[in-house]
Design a protein around this ligand. Structure first.
Ligand code: ADP
Ligand code: MG
Length: 350
């Protein structure tokens, strides 16, 4: 659906805003570009919808070289949402939302129907159609910006830090809403952010950029499990990494090496069920020789993400070092002897 082959952009003055970028994305993917300010995210987006052209390399959309197509026509098949959504203040919400359909000469009645349908997608009733942008909250305006990009039903949507200016709660709501919407409409989304939480939450796959170069490309789980270098580690943050690392190790070993530690139950969800029943809320972690390394508190959550049953079911909250924490030594006496590497502990005091 979207490929870059060795794409570079050099602005006047000679600095590379984007350097030798290559990737290929499928239809329906939610792709997130993430990197610090100035790393080339906006430049990448603008090259996709041909607001600027690459200095080198080829960008293809749906298998066709973008540079060989008429830029204006191409842009009509691409929705574009930016932080400063720029709703026209003198136009009603209906007019704002159906700007592109109007350019494409859709008849009036069809445009009105489309506007209603779009507002319904975000649970806004038709009473909003006749309002003006200044009669909406910031979050509602941003929703309208997103809907405007969806209006002519383009297969590809670019979003450049679309929720960056919103308060955290509204932003969170819009992220959830939009992720659901994308899954339903099956659009290909290219989403730009500098916020790691936002990226991890939304992305099917993400691209980490630094100084115009691709540092790492992968699913959020892949990137959390093995960051390419220190830059990525730092960007993800120590806390998040410690959590996810320990989770991944614990989960993998529980499932692959030691599924029988929990009473011969093979699957992660059965293991979780056992732990629930026994009210287990910690795991002791030992190395291969059986030496105690520490323990993790676990909190069983209900979410059932597609990636791995156990990652979804066990949320690792803390990793303690054995020697520094007397509580671990105390709980050793109450080990439920269920296995060698990972020993679930029932501990009322922990
Ligand atoms: P991001 O969106 O990741 O913050 P940009 O793509 O906007 O980054 O910018 C990447 C680099 O290109 C930055 O160093 C920026 O200063 C430079 N740049 C962006 N636009 C222009 C321009 N029109 N002319 C010259 N340099 C630019
Ligand atoms: Mg930018």
């Amino acid at each position: 659906m979207l490929t870059f082959e060795n794409v570079s952009k050099v602005y006047k003055g000679g600095t590379y805003a984007v350097k030798n970028l290559s990737f290929a994305f499928e239809k329906g993917e939610f792709i997130v570009f993430i990197g610090p300010s100035g790393c080339g995210k906006t430049t990448t987006m603008k090259m996709i919808n041909r607001l600027i052209d690459p200095t080198e390399g080829v960008i293809s959309i749906d298998g066709k070289d973008a540079s060989s197509q008429d830029a204006v026509k191409l842009r009509r098949d691409i929705g574009y949402v930016i932080q400063q959504i720029g709703l026209f203040p003198h136009m009603t919400i209906q007019e704002n939302v159906t700007l592109v359909p109007k350019l494409m000469n859709w008849p009036k009645e069809k445009r009105r129907e489309r506007a209603k349908e779009l507002l319904e997608l975000v649970d806004m009733g038709e009473e909003y159609l006749a309002r003006y942008p200044n009669e909406l909250s910031g979050g509602q305006q941003q929703r309208i910006g997103v809907l405007r990009a969806l209006a002519a039903n383009p297969p590809l949507i670019l979003m450049d830090e679309p929720f960056g200016a919103l308060d955290p709660i509204t932003r969170d709501t819009l992220q959830d809403e939009f992720k659901r919407l994308q899954q339903r409409l099956n659009k290909t989304i290219v989403f730009v952010t500098h916020d790691m939480d936002e990226a991890l939450k939304l992305a099917d796959r993400m691209v980490i950029l630094r100084d115009g170069e691709l540092v790492q490309l992968g699913t959020p789980d892949e990137i959390l499990a093995s960051p390419a270098n220190e830059f990525v580690e730092e960007f993800i943050g120590k806390d998040r990494l410690l959590q996810s690392r320990a989770t991944v190790q614990t989960v993998e070993q529980l499932m692959i090496e030691n599924p029988i530690t929990i009473e011969e139950k093979q699957t992660a969800s059965e293991a979780v069920q056992i732990m629930r029943d026994k009210r287990v809320d910690s795991l002791l972690v030992t190395d291969e020789k059986g030496v105690l390394k520490g323990y993790v508190d676990i909190e069983i959550i209900e979410a059932n993400r597609k990636t791995s049953e156990l990652i979804a079911d066990i949320h690792l909250t803390k990793l303690h070092t054995v020697n520094k924490d007397a509580r671990v030594r105390n709980s050793v006496s109450r080990i439920l002897k269920l296995g060698t590497s990972y020993v679930p502990v029932v501990d009322d005091e922990v």
